[in-house]
Ligand binder design. Structure first.
Ligand SMILES: Nc1ncnc2c1ncn2[C@@H]1O[C@H](COP(=O)(O)OP(=O)(O)OP(=O)(O)O)[C@@H](O)[C@H]1O
Ligand SMILES: [Mg+2]
Length: 288
């Protein structure tokens, strides 16, 4: 029998796809309101933010201006009330993106050794989870040891969290945030609970980790010196309603040092940021 002829509609001609360029992280006219009715709190009004891949951006601003809200929107923990949040070119949540996080409180699991705490993301996050079960446990162990050594914790991996100081735990927490090679690293005041000397030591550790791995970083901090030391761009926010009011490029060469933070350009930058935030706070008092 003759095969029936099948008529198919002509394939549409291939159109050149004009890909819209999205930065690695992009907020477009994002607003966020918590609660409803009388309890409504507008945490953010139309906010735009672009972070290119491998960039290090710091968010500074008065308490309650919406810094943590931006971190939560970018990780998809909360959804924007309006506007768009893109991560890796897709709307947030559309595609799994590996994220690492560290907060003010390092929250290690007390029943696990430092090694096992840092290893945790490799046991949970795909594709490492499968590989961990399969065979690469030993290899992963080496990777954890190497990272702990890089932050000055070589030889401590058998210790338990209660045997370590706050600064050591925070170092370990940075390792845990980075062990699964996240594309995006979210830091919410990770050095806030440390004394000044330990904090400055950890800036150097963080800078080294960033320079060797180049994740895209969004750092929330109240410490302007910390922002100027670590970030390549600083966004200043205002409260009520929260929004980004200024962005500054930070062009100091890397690796940066504490000595640099006493140089006139550096001091001028932190001074200007301070004035912006003070005036933001004054606005807030006027409107409250
Ligand atoms: N889950 C929530 N429910 C209701 N309101 C919230 C919630 N989370 C935050 N807010 C409010 O939204 C605003 C922004 O909060 P956010 O935590 O983003 O501020 P922040 O800039 O991180 O402050 P801080 O520097 O004190 O950490 C604040 O007024 C806060 O009270
Ligand atoms: Mg916060």
């Amino acid at each position: 029998m003759m095969p029936a002829t099948v008529f198919r509609p002509a394939e549409p001609p291939e159109m050149p796809v004009e890909e819209e360029h999205h930065a690695f992280v992009e907020l477009e006219k994002v607003t966020h309101t918590y609660g409803r009715g009388d309890r409504k709190i507008q945490a953010l009004i139309e906010t735009d933010l672009r972070i290119e891949q491998g960039d290090f951006v710091a968010l500074v601003g008065p308490s309650g201006c919406g810094k943590s809200t931006i971190l939560k929107l970018v990780t998809g923990l909360i959804t924007a009330s309006s506007g768009y949040v893109y991560v890796a070119g897709r709307e947030v949540g559309a595609e799994p993106v590996r994220v690492g996080m560290a907060f003010q409180n390092p929250t290690m699991l007390p029943w696990l050794s430092l090694r096992d705490n840092v290893m945790l993301p490799l046991k949970i996050v795909p594709p490492f989870r499968r590989e961990y079960r399969a065979k690469r446990r030993g290899e992963f162990r080496d990777r954890v040891e190497a990272l702990l050594a890089q932050v000055g914790l070589g030889g401590f991996s058998d210790k338990y969290p209660w045997q370590l100081s706050g600064g050591m735990l925070q170092r370990a927490s940075l390792c845990r945030a980075l062990i699964h090679e996240p594309q995006l690293l979210m830091l919410d005041e990770p050095f806030g609970a440390l004394d000044q000397f330990t904090r400055e030591e950890l800036w150097a550790v963080m800078q080294d980790l960033w320079m060797t791995r180049k994740p895209t970083v969004l750092l929330v901090t109240h410490d302007l010196k910390e922002a100027a030391y670590l970030a390549s761009r600083i966004c200043v926010m205002r409260a009520r309603p929260g929004r980004i009011v200024e962005e500054s490029e930070v062009a100091f060469p890397r690796p940066r040092t504490i000595a640099m933070s006493y140089e006139p350009n550096f001091v001028a930058l932190t001074q200007r940021l301070r004035e912006l935030i003070m005036s933001a706070q004054a606005d807030k008092e006027e409107t409250s």
